[in-house]
Ligand binder design. Structure first.
Ligand code: GLV
Length: 323
């Protein structure tokens, strides 16, 4: 049996690459940065499998350039870069990697909250700049006794809630639908507008969909407490970026800590970066060696299962997952 033809548009963890190479002929973009799109299209003409990256848009036009494609696997939980219906129309199962990154991403979201609240990064800047002997340290705020509002309480949100509860916070949340297990989780369902006014800290973890795009704009920031901390670990486009800049500059809210921005990467001269009351991480929610390894291996497993005509372990469009 000949080897499957697979395209990989960037670098992946060596363990996953080795597993794929065992069964496949791989064409891989090995240089740093975004792949050359015309090269990618040329490779895709014969590709049966594609190991996608969140930075590449996959739509009907993209798929038309890949007539032999039978499976797409992406090492990420989010898939807002993918037109799932276009994949389903072509009967291509699309595999993502939920589950394996839950605790790691919750650590980062809560870590951003804590780091911002206690100004840990600013303190380090002080020490490094030799300012320690001066008097006026930047003061933070307590978590204990405060209310955390989570927008989008899925598995990662529930893991953030646990961390917050251990720190003595009350947790409220808003989802499209109330979770049946919210009492068990010790969290309280709240209307979106009410959450905005009640929360001292807001953590956003909702997927990017047509409904959530631009969910946080001028009106929403105006409703928040002037002491509110806004943490986004979901997708940058859930936020109207100019509105966030204004809210921070005018002190309508106290602080923002972001793991995701719109655009990404954020240019060095972007107005967000110039603000004094913000902390930005470069989209590192799942970026630990252990978790990136698990994500890459699950994506490789999905890819190889799809190529073999078997059901993917974690498939977004289950209606076309192999039976
Ligand atoms: C990261 O943002 C992911 O979707 O896994």
């Amino acid at each position: 049996m000949g080897k499957y033809k697979v395209v990989i548009p960037g670098r992946i963890m060596p363990s996953a690459l080795a597993a794929i190479q065992e069964q496949c002929n791989v064409q891989q973009w090995e240089h740093p940065g975004a792949p050359n799109l015309s090269q990618l299209r040329e490779w895709l003409q014969n590709a049966e499998g594609f190991l996608a990256l969140s930075t590449i848009k996959i739509n009907a036009e993209f798929l038309a350039a890949a007539p032999k494609l039978r499976v797409i696997a992406q090492p990420a939980v989010g898939y807002d870069n993918v037109d799932i219906k276009a994949c389903t129309d072509r009967k291509i199962p699309f595999g993502n990697t939920p589950g394996v990154l839950v605790e790691t991403t919750a650590d980062l979201a809560f870590g951003l909250l804590l780091t911002a609240a206690r100004r840990i990064h600013e303190g380090w800047d002080w020490v490094r700049a030799g300012k320690w002997p001066e008097a006026a340290l930047p003061l933070g705020v307590d978590l204990f006794g405060k209310t955390l509002g989570i927008v989008g309480l899925g598995a990662i949100g529930a893991a953030v809630a646990r961390r917050a509860q251990v720190s003595g916070m009350k947790v409220i949340y808003n989802n499209r639908r109330q979770r049946p297990d919210d009492q068990e989780l010790g969290v309280e369902f709240c209307l979106f507008e009410d959450l905005l006014t009640k929360a001292d800290f807001i953590v956003v973890l909702t997927p990017l969909t047509p409904e959530s795009r631009g969910l946080f704009g001028a009106k929403e920031f105006a409703r928040m407490k002037p002491t509110a901390y806004f943490i986004n670990a979901a997708r940058g486009a859930v936020v109207d970026t100019p509105a966030l800049c204004n809210a921070l500059a005018n002190r309508e809210i106290a602080y923002a800590a972001l793991d995701v921005t719109d655009p990404e990467p954020l240019p060095a001269d972007h107005p967000l970066i110039k603000l004094p009351n913000i902390l930005i991480a470069p989209h590192i929610g799942s970026a630990t060696t252990e978790t990136r390894n698990k994500m890459a291996l699950l994506a490789a497993e999905n890819l190889l299962l799809g190529l073999a005509g078997k059901p993917l372990v974690t498939c977004v469009n289950n209606e076309v997952n192999y039976q």
